[in-house]
Design a protein around this ligand. Sequence first.
Ligand SMILES: NC(=O)C1=CN([C@@H]2O[C@H](COP(=O)(O)OP(=O)(O)OC[C@H]3O[C@@H](n4cnc5c(N)ncnc54)[C@H](O)[C@@H]3O)[C@@H](O)[C@H]2O)C=CC1
Ligand SMILES: O=C(CO)COP(=O)(O)O
Length: 319
Amino acid sequence: MRICVAGGGAFGTALAVALSGEGPVDLYVRDPDAVRRMREGRDSPRLPGVSLPATVVPDSDPDCLRRAGIVLLAIPAQKLRGFLAEHRDRLAGKPLVACAKGIDLATLRGPTATIAEGVPDAVPAILSGPSFAADIARGLPTALVLACADERAGAALQAALSRGALRLYRSTDVAGVELGGALKNVIAIACGAAIGGGLGESARAALMTRGFAEMSRLARALGARTETLSGLSGLGDLALTCGSDLSRNFRHGQAIGRGDDAGTAETVEGASTARPALELAVAHGIDMPVTQVVADLVAGEIDLTGALHRLLDRPLKEE
Ligand SMILES: NC(=O)C1=CN([C@@H]2O[C@H](COP(=O)(O)OP(=O)(O)OC[C@H]3O[C@@H](n4cnc5c(N)ncnc54)[C@H](O)[C@@H]3O)[C@@H](O)[C@H]2O)C=CC1
Ligand SMILES: O=C(CO)COP(=O)(O)O
């Protein structure tokens, strides 16, 4: 079955490379100049040092989406709704695997609900878990989780998308897998800010642990299973992203913590997910102090000192 990866950024390109060992994989990239450069140089500026196998087929003709039996959507969370609206007819009836980690700012929906609304007859699924694009592209061992509400479709996708070093677990807990991936990015910004601001490793561990507690509270309130959050998309990805400056979310936080200009050039999903996560928390009566602080830090409404006081001055409580 022909696979098409939509989105020629770091993750989409890495997935196309990893999946291309068993036959050609189309990589839909909307910019024809970028496609020409990828075809000529067999590389991508988003993945320095990685060469694209001949079986990765960059294509700016969106009809490659129509030809595919499975489409992986490596499009950032805030761009997914627009992408689906533009290509709705080409995507109709297919399994669509969202690879984004975020919550839509305008609708407060995760990627699979965005797919269900945008392409009602598609089979929505989500792929998430600890994985830097550069690791996947180099064929380093990676374990991810693929969640699909339809158990049979999920098992078929798991089989079709697993490769030697790319090991996919499956789940039917779509909400848990989506929220694990989306919310950990927010906590990674908090950890980056702590490290960038010189607050120390103990502060990072505290933020990871209390951050995980609030991620789990919100996910449970939204129908997720608690054990999903303790899995790859949740605790696993939290450990990766909060502990490494290969993470863009972590680096964004580091810049904020140092008082530098954090910039807007890179995709930093946690910066746009903090606010909608908070709106969902308020709607469900859930306390998310770390997420609140990140939303305000990212918006420039408080600085690191203000954030620190906010968290430390909270009333003492049971763990
Ligand atoms: N980079 C990584 O290591 C990982 C990224 N992810 C997730 O994957 C998603 C994408 O991330 P990256 O690829 O790293 O970001 P990126 O910024 O490198 O690439 C995003 C790509 O999406 C394309 N795009 C945006 N709107 C589009 C549209 N309407 N039509 C066609 N293409 C469009 C952009 O042109 C760009 O090439 C994010 O949600 C991220 O959290 C997940 C795991 C690992
Ligand atoms: O999601 C990721 C790793 O699992 C990538 O993290 P960043 O988007 O923070 O770089």
